[in-house]
Design a protein around this ligand. Structure first.
Ligand code: DQA
Length: 154
């Protein structure tokens, strides 16, 4: 299948997600970050899209990637890890993304500690998918390919 024109879908994973496989396996499973990316690549191939998967523990780097998406119009699948719960800087960067932005979480954050119940990103995301492990990313890719951005409320 010919991939659609336009920039690749950015699959952005934030702080501590490079530690998957070694980090809290009862919550996040045994799979590594590299295996997660491989699953995303396979899903992207099936959907007929191209992805660019990146991970960083550096908030400024993540903000730079979101600015890149704001300028290129790329769709974004974003798991910002713990930043999701408190980073207004990331929220302001995410609000500038011009393509669809799908927030994803591997774990069911609503069933965990109270500080994980709120995401400052959700209000500027096109949609949010949580609690489905690797499927959160797979479904996030399908949503990124399918949905248009939703207007940001003022
Ligand atoms: C997470 C949930 C966050 O609360 C946590 O800080 C993470 C991972 C998830 O994918 O379930 O790092 O975003």
């Amino acid at each position: 299948m010919t991939p659609p024109a336009g920039p690749p879908v950015l699959v952005l994973s934030g702080v501590n997600l490079g530690r998957l496989g070694r980090r809290d396996p009862l919550i996040y499973g045994d799979g590594t970050y590299e295996e997660l990316v491989a699953a995303c690549e396979a899903e992207a191939k099936e959907i007929g899209i191209v992805i660019d998967a990146r991970q960083t523990d550096d908030e400024a780097t993540m903000i730079g990637w979101l600015h890149e998406a704001a300028d290129s119009g790329a769709a974004v699948v974003l798991n910002a890890g713990a930043w999701s719960h408190y980073s207004y800087a990331l929220r302001d960067a995410a609000a500038q993304v011009t393509g669809p932005l799908i927030e994803v979480h591997l774990s069911q954050t609503a069933a965990r500690e109270p500080f994980r119940h709120h995401s400052v990103l959700s209000a500027v995301a096109t949609g949010t998918i949580t609690g489905l492990g690797t499927d959160s990313y797979r479904l996030g890719l399908r949503a990124a390919a399918r949905y248009r951005p939703r207007p940001i409320p003022v």
